[in-house]
Design a protein around this ligand. Structure first.
Ligand SMILES: NC(=O)c1ccc[n+]([C@@H]2O[C@H](COP(=O)([O-])OP(=O)(O)OC[C@H]3O[C@@H](n4cnc5c(N)ncnc54)[C@H](OP(=O)(O)O)[C@@H]3O)[C@@H](O)[C@H]2O)c1
Length: 226
């Protein structure tokens, strides 16, 4: 039975990852900022345990890794993320930018590094980062979203290095775009449901071999240019 650690599992895509993996019989270590306010997560059927984690609290990440020391984790889904706004140049809130880099870039890399010993103990050895096509510099033809785009482009760059640096341990590191998904972030008019997105993402994660590590894929398997 696989063990899966998921960040930002209180709602949206993270909650759906927890639901689907648990329904498949996996052991799910679901993290969220406030377990007391994660009713949907707490109500999931299956082997799901809740752990408190704010990915910007680097000491808190280390503390959770210590709490779970000795555990074998097969798949890490680095899902927690934020989108503050779509400001264009001229209307930039620099404090918001710093926060976005902490949540979307630094936090997920910190989580991956803190849990490498647990992942090495597992047999799946997969690290999935929820990125976005908005982080693709090649596909940026419409501008705006300077904060979010740079935070996901930074995640892509760091994730690629992590893939190379951990290849000798057999880690498979994936940068993933979930599609435009109907969540609080994606909004009610988004193109696909969390169910469809996560079904596709889980397939991409399951199918990936070492040759896919350090690359950027959409939920439907399309490779995205950096
Ligand atoms: N939806 C889309 O169309 C779309 C498209 C491309 C990429 N993505 C990416 O997919 C991932 C999930 O997106 P979503 O649509 O599910 O977003 P969402 O509905 O806004 O949910 C975001 C999740 O991240 C958690 N989170 C936020 N800041 C956190 C922090 N500092 N520490 C720990 N958890 C934190 C939230 O927890 P709380 O409940 O505590 O706030 C929530 O569980 C994100 O990385 C996002 O950038 C989404």
């Amino acid at each position: 039975m696989a063990t899966v650690l998921i960040t930002g599992a209180s709602r949206g895509i993270g909650l759906e990852f927890a639901r689907q993996y648990a329904a498949d019989g996996a052991r799910v270590l679901a993290t969220c900022r406030d377990p007391d306010r994660a009713a949907a997560l707490a109500a999931l059927a299956g082997d799901v345990t809740l752990h408190r984690l704010d990915v910007t609290d680097l000491a808190g990440v280390d503390a959770l890794a210590e709490t779970l020391a000795g555990e074998a984790i097969d798949i890490l889904v680095n899902n927690a993320g934020m989108l503050s706004s779509g400001q264009r140049a001229g209307g930039i809130d620099f404090d918001a930018w710093e926060e976005e880099l902490k949540v979307n870039t630094i936090g997920p890399i910190k989580v991956a590094l803190a849990f490498l010993p647990h992942l090495k103990r597992g047999s799946g050895r997969r690290i999935a980062f929820l990125s976005s096509t908005l982080g693709s510099i090649a596909e940026n033809t419409s501008g705006a979203y300077m904060l979010y785009r740079s935070s996901k482009a930074g995640l892509n760059a760091a994730g690629r290095s992590l893939a190379i640096d951990t290849a000798q341990d057999g880690m498979i590191v994936l940068l993933l775009h979930p599609g435009w998904v109907r969540t609080d972030m994606g909004g009610p008019h988004a193109a696909i449901t969390p169910e469809a997105s996560v079904q596709g993402l889980r397939q991409v994660i399951a199918d990936a071999g070492p040759e896919k590590s350090g690359r950027f894929f959409a939920y439907d398997g399309r490779e995205i240019p950096w």
